[in-house]
Structures are given as C-alpha cells and as structure tokens.
Write a protein that binds this ligand. Structure first.
Ligand SMILES: NC(=O)c1ccc[n+]([C@@H]2O[C@H](COP(=O)([O-])OP(=O)(O)OC[C@H]3O[C@@H](n4cnc5c(N)ncnc54)[C@H](OP(=O)(O)O)[C@@H]3O)[C@@H](O)[C@H]2O)c1
Length: 331
C-alpha cells in the first residue's frame, strides 16, 4: 500500500508513521523538514503544503492508495487537497477533531452520530466546515473520504487543559510546589489517548474499503476526572499537584484559547463510545493507562534540555487568574 502523510512527524502522526512502516506500508511524508524526527523507512517529500505550486511539484507523477492530511484546519486546506488528489488517491483521510461534537453535549455518551455543533470554538467550527465540504465532495464527486476525529491525544506534548503542550512551564511550576488551576470542580470526566494506541486503530483504516464515507473517533476507554489527570502529571513529575478549582465560565474570560478549549471542549464530561472503530478494526483496544504514558512523555521532554523550555506565559497566566479569582473570594 502506497500512502502519503501530509505532516507525519508531529505529536500524533509520528507514532502512526512508525507503525505504518513497521506494518510494511510504503510511506511517504510530505513536510517542510523542520523537525528532527527520524522515521526510518519512510520516504520524504519536502514542500510547504500551503504553497500550492511547491506541493504540486513535489507530488508530480505520484498516485496513492491513501492520502492522510494531518494538518488541514480550514475549508481552504481541504479544497486544495481536493484539487491535488481528486484523481490521484483511492482514499483521502481528513484529521478532524472530537471537539466538533455538540457542545455542551446533550448526552454524555459520544458516538459518531452525535451532532456536530460547537458555537464556542473557531477551531472546531473550521473542522466542521472541512467535514461539510468533504462530505459534499464524496456525494457529488465520489471523492473517497474517511474522517477521523482524535480527542486529546498525546505523546510529545503535555496534555493539560490549561498550560502545558509544548511548554514545560507547568511541570516546573508543579515542582516548585506552586498552585495550578483545574477547571470546574475537577470531577468532570475526560479521556486522554496515547498516540501509540491511536496509531493501532488508525492504521486499520488505511485502505479499508468499508471506511469510505465514514467518520470515526479513536480513543482510549480509560475515564479519568481532571483532578486525576493533573495528579497523574504531577506524580510523573515526582510531586503532588497543588490544585485550585476555578469555574470554567470564569476561566473562559481569559482569552480565546480558554474560551474555546474549555466551553467548546474540556469543560464537560464526555464518554467516548469506541464501538465503531472496534467494529471496523477488530482487535483495536487502547492499552496505555495515562499514568504510565505521561511518564514516558516526561522522560521524552527530559531527554533533551531544548525540549524543557518555557516562554513564561503559562506562569504569568496562572498567577494573573489566581490573583483575580482570590480577589473575588476574599475581596
Ligand atoms: N493532539 C490532539 O489532542 C488532537 C485532538 C484533536 C485533533 N487533533 C488534530 O490532529 C492533527 C495534528 O496532528 P499531529 O499532532 O501529528 O501534528 P503536529 O504535531 O501539529 O505536526 C505537524 C506536522 O506537519 C508538518 N507541517 C507543519 N506545517 C507544514 C506545512 N506548512 N507544510 C508541510 N508540512 C507542515 C510538520 O513538519 P515540519 O514542521 O517539518 O513541516 C509535522 O510533520 C491536527 O489536524 C489536529 O487538529 C489533535
């Protein structure tokens, strides 16, 4: 199977690229070559996907069994892909996001038929618009789409709701014994999926003839409260988290990212029903508990001082919000 990943060296896609090569897939990665990520056995096409001429030149003469765009965020991105791959692939996989599912959820169990509706987060609205375009392209032009909606998925990022990701500041803050903020009462339920688990479900969709026209989420079945998630991160860092609970509605006032990321995503309890991916990819089961996976992630950060960087913005934001909140509690 000849497969193209646009991206392929990122937080989620690196694990998928590695597993694809292990499974004997003839894998090509199209990216700018800015990241020092080694995927032995993959072939590289160097281009910026946002430069149409450059990407078209790099892709010239190729046809594909599967194209996966890991980094399409806007309808323009998928329209470009439709132009590039309309007659050149047997399957096109769009990486959407589980944040497209109805917010707030009218029912906590999320299946692929949960309505797509997110009035809070531009990122999710754009992903919905991408899905809409692709569904039309499938109906009207037989464009062979499959949609995959990851939910919070990690490997080389710190998957916290406030702070973290590629910034190491929250770990340093925890180690200094300073307060961190957990949204709501810390008791709402969430699921975090390791990229290596995600990869096992995802690979089974590549070239899967029955997956055309379908959408899937692929998550762990482990349900944790946000307090448990933050304590697992702190424990991996060798400390106990000093948690302050602050309502999501209050936090949402401190910027677009918090507004969208909380009210448009992580503020609510959700329970992903993974029956569909398990039906299409028999044997798929996430096996990495968060408490274990996050230790691996911290080891990865600590293996290279260049990764243990912080801009200081997280610390400033935590301090700013904590001061504002304490003023309300103790005027
Ligand atoms: N992680 C989550 O929790 C989560 C949840 C829901 C949805 N998602 C979705 O998952 C996707 C992210 O996947 P990921 O984590 O593997 O990606 P990522 O960490 O953002 O990696 C980006 C990849 O794209 C390449 N790239 C970036 N800009 C490029 C450009 N202009 N032209 C060509 N290549 C470019 C990068 O390599 P170079 O820099 O070398 O070019 C790298 O390979 C997104 O679509 C996101 O919406 C993620």
């Amino acid at each position: 199977m000849k497969v193209l990943f646009i991206g392929g060296t990122g937080n989620i896609s690196t694990a998928v690229s590695r597993l694809a090569v292990q499974r004997g897939i003839d894998l090509y990665l199209l990216n700018r070559g800015k990241r020092q990520v080694d995927i032995p056995g993959a072939k590289t096409l160097t281009a910026d996907i946002h430069h149409f001429g450059e990407a078209a030149a790099a892709l010239l003469g190729h046809t594909w069994d599967v194209v996966v765009n890991w980094i399409a965020y806007t309808p323009e991105d998928v329209q470009t892909d439709f132009q590039l791959f309309r007659t050149r692939t047997r399957q096109y996989i769009f990486i959407s996001s589980a944040s497209v599912y109805q917010k707030p959820p009218s029912h906590p169990v999320i299946t692929e038929s949960t309505p797509l509706y997110n009035p809070f987060w531009k990122y999710s609205q754009n992903k919905i618009a991408c899905e809409d375009f692709l569904v039309q392209a499938y109906r009207q032009h037989d464009f062979p789409i499959t949609i995959v909606r990851p939910s919070l998925t990690y490997d080389t990022v710190i998957p916290t709701a406030l702070g973290g990701w590629t910034d190491f500041g929250i770990i340093q803050r925890m180690r200094r014994g300073e307060k961190i903020i957990v949204h709501g009462d810390g008791a709402s339920l969430w699921t975090i999926t390791h990229a290596e688990d995600f990869a096992k479900g995802f690979i089974g969709l590549l070239g899967h003839q029955q997956a055309i026209g379908h959408a899937f989420h692929i998550t762990s079945d482990e349900l944790l409260t946000w307090d448990q998630i933050y304590q697992a991160v702190a424990s991996a860092a060798g400390v106990e988290a000093q948690i302050v609970h602050i309502p999501s509605d209050f936090l949402a006032q401190f910027g677009e990212d918090l507004h969208g990321g909380l009210l448009g995503d992580k503020a609510y309890s959700v329970i992903f029903d993974n029956t569909k991916i398990k039906t299409f990819v028999p044997g798929y089961q996430a096996v990495i508990p968060f408490s274990e996976g996050i230790r691996g992630t911290l080891h990865w950060f600590e293996a290279d001082p260049a990764r243990m960087q912080t801009s200081g913005a997280d610390d400033r934001l935590f301090d700013f919000i904590l001061t504002a909140y304490e003023k309300i509690l103790l005027p």
